[in-house]
Design a protein around this ligand. Structure first.
Ligand code: F0G
Length: 451
C-alpha cells in the first residue's frame, strides 16, 4: 500500500521537493526558509478525485467506535488528511489526540462571553500537545530507517519524543537549556530513556548546536522545523470542527513560543475549508509572554512583516523562546484569519492559570497565556459577547508543580510584577496550611475560610 501523496513546498521561495530530498535541518537549500507539507491537487481536484466531505465526516465518526489500533489515535483517525507515510502500518502511536473540549462556565460568565471552551491538549499521553505532532514526524523517521532522533526543547517536545522513540525501539537525544525547564518534563525524558544533555545555554542556543549535529550525524531532527510535526499538530482542529458539528468557533486562541503550533492549527483550518469540510475559518490569535514576545512586538511595529529576536525571560518556561523558527508561518495565519498577536505579563499569566485551576482544569503556565490574552482582547472590545471562543490549553498542570506551589505560597512573583494586582492574587492563593492533628484544629481552619 502506498498512502504517500505529499510534496514539501518552501514557505519562502515556493520551491517544491520530494519529502526524501529535505536537508537534515529542514531548511530550503535555495532560500533557507522552512517547508510546508502540500498535497498536490487538493486545491484543484474536481469530481471523483476530490475527497467527499460527507463520506469523510461519516468515516471519522465511525472510527471513534473502532477497536483498530490506528483508529484509536485522534491523529490517525483523520489519516486521509495527513497522507505522509508510504504505509500507515508504520505509524507509532500512544493513542494521542481525542483530547477533551471543556466548557468554561464560570470564566465565560465573568467575561460576559456566551460560549467559551478549552481544548485541553494537556490530556495527551505525555501531557502536552506535542504528542500529536510527534506521532506523525517520528513515524516518518521510522519509515525512513533512522535509528536516532533528536530535538532541542523547552521540555515538552523532549518528553514526547523520548516516549515515542522508546515505543518504536529507537534512540533519542535531547538538548535542553540547563536549569530552565520544568522538572516534570526533564523527569519524563529520563524515564523514557533519552540521552539528555543540559546545555549551558538557552533554547535558541540548543537549536543552534543541534542544527550542526544533524548535518554531521545520521540523526533525524524532530524540532518543529520538521514539517511533518505540523501535520499531526493540525488534527486538534478537526476534532474542534467535529465537536462544533462542522461549523467552527469564531475565535481560537493559542500560546506562541517557537510558533509552530499556531501555524499548524491555521493550516488545519485552511485545508478543511479548501476541501469543503467547513465553510469558514475562525480568527486565530497568538499570545506570548511579555518577556518572550518577538512576534507580538513585530505585530505592534509592522503587522508581522519582519521580526527582531529578543533575549527571552519568562516563568512560563515552555515558551521562553526569543527567536522563533516558525514566525513567518504564524504571522500569515494571524493576518489571514483576522486574528491578533498580543503579549501578557507574568502576573496576568499567574492569575489566569489560577482561575483555570479553580474551574478544575489545571494547565501549565504557558497554556494560561490564552486566558490572559482573551481577557485583554475582551477589554479592547475585540470579542463580542455572542461569539464562541476556544482556548488551546497546551500542557498539563503536573508538568510544572513548582510554579503552582510558589503561586499559592505567594512567593512566585516579585513585588514589581504583582504591583497593583495584590488583591486579585491574594484571593486566588490557596496555601496548604500546617494544622494540629485534631478534628477541632481542622474544623477551626474551615471556619476561618468560610468566614
Ligand atoms: N505550550 C506549551 C506547553 C509548550 O510546550 C510550547 C512549546 C508552546 C505552548 C508553544 O508552542 O512553540 O509551537 O509556539 N514547547 C516547545 C518544546 C518549544 O520544546 O517543548 P510553539
Amino acid at each position: 500500500m502506498n498512502d504517500n501523496l505529499h510534496t514539501l513546498r518552501c514557505f519562502g521561495c515556493g520551491a517544491r521537493i520530494a519529502g526524501s530530498e529535505a536537508q537534515p535541518d529542514f531548511r530550503c537549500s535555495q532560500c533557507g526558509d522552512l517547508f510546508e507539507v502540500e498535497y498536490a491537487g487538493w486545491g484543484q481536484r474536481e469530481g471523483h478525485d476530490r475527497p467527499n466531505p460527507g463520506a469523510l465526516k461519516w468515516l471519522w465518526r465511525e472510527r471513534r467506535c473502532s477497536s483498530e489500533f490506528l483508529d484509536q489515535s485522534g491523529v490517525w483517525r483523520f489519516r486521509e488528511l495527513l497522507p505522509i507515510l508510504d504505509n500507515f502500518g508504520n505509524a507509532v502511536s500512544l493513542r494521542e489526540g481525542n483530547s477533551p473540549l471543556y466548557k468554561l462556565k464560570r470564566t465565560s460568565k465573568a467575561l460576559g462571553i456566551d460560549q467559551l471552551f478549552a481544548k485541553h491538549q494537556g490530556m495527551n499521553p505525555t501531557g502536552s500537545f506535542k504528542d500529536t505532532g510527534m506521532t506523525a514526524a517520528l513515524s516518518v523517521a521510522r519509515e525512513r530507517g533512522f535509528k536516532w532522533v533528536a530535538c532541542a526543547s523547552t521540555g515538552n517536545t523532549s518528553a514526547a519524543m523520548a516516549a515515542y522513540a522508546a515505543r518504536a525501539g529507537m534512540r533519542s537525544l535531547v538538548l535542553i537549556p540547563e536549569g530552565k525547564i520544568a522538572w516534570g518534563k526533564l523527569s519524563q525524558a529520563m524515564d523514557y530513556g533519552a540521552v539528555t544533555c543540559q546545555l549551558k545555554s538557552d533554547f535558541d542556543g540548543c537549536v543552534r548546536v543541534l542544527t550542526q549535529i544533524v548535518k554531521e550525524a545520521p540523526i533525524y531532527l524532530l524540532n518543529s522545523v520538521n514539517p511533518y510535526r505540523l501535520e499531526g499538530q493540525k488534527t486538534p482542529v478537526f476534532e474542534i470542527a467535529e465537536a462544533f458539528d462542522w461549523t467552527v468557533p469564531d475565535h481560537l486562541i493559542v500560546p506562541g513560543g517557537n510558533l509552530a503550533n499556531s501555524s499548524a492549527l491555521g493550516k488545519g483550518f485552511r485545508e478543511l475549508r479548501e476541501l469543503g469540510l467547513v465553510a469558514r475559518t475562525p480568527r486565530i490569535s497568538v499570545i506570548q509572554a511579555e518577556g518572550a514576545n518577538p512576534l507580538a512586538r513585530s505585530f505592534a511595529q509592522n503587522n508581522g512583516e519582519s521580526m527582531e529576536p529578543v533575549e527571552a525571560h519568562t516563568r512560563a518556561t515552555a515558551i521562553r523562546i526569543g527567536n522563533p523558527a516558525s514566525w513567518r508561518k504564524a504571522a500569515r495565519v494571524v493576518r489571514d484569519t483576522g486574528g491578533w498577536c498580543l503579549d501578557v505579563t507574568e502576573a496576568e499569566i499567574a492569575i489566569a492559570k489560577a482561575e483555570l485551576g479553580s474551574e478544575g482544569l489545571g494547565c501549565e503556565p504557558a497554556s494560561a497565556v490564552t486566558l490572559a490574552g482573551l481577557k485583554k482582547l475582551c477589554c479592547q472590545g475585540k470579542i463580542a459577547s455572542n461569539e464562541s471562543v476556544v482556548l488551546v490549553l497546551t500542557g498539563h498542570t503536573l508538568k510544572d508543580p513548582d510554579y503552582t506551589i510558589n503561586f499559592h505560597r505567594g512567593t512566585l512573583l516579585t513585588d514589581v510584577e504583582s504591583a497593583g494586582r495584590e488583591p486579585e492574587l491574594k484571593a486566588l492563593e490557596r496555601n496548604a496550611e500546617v494544622v494540629d492533628a485534631t478534628p477541632a484544629a481542622v474544623l477551626a481552619t474551615l471556619k476561618g475560610i468560610a468566614g
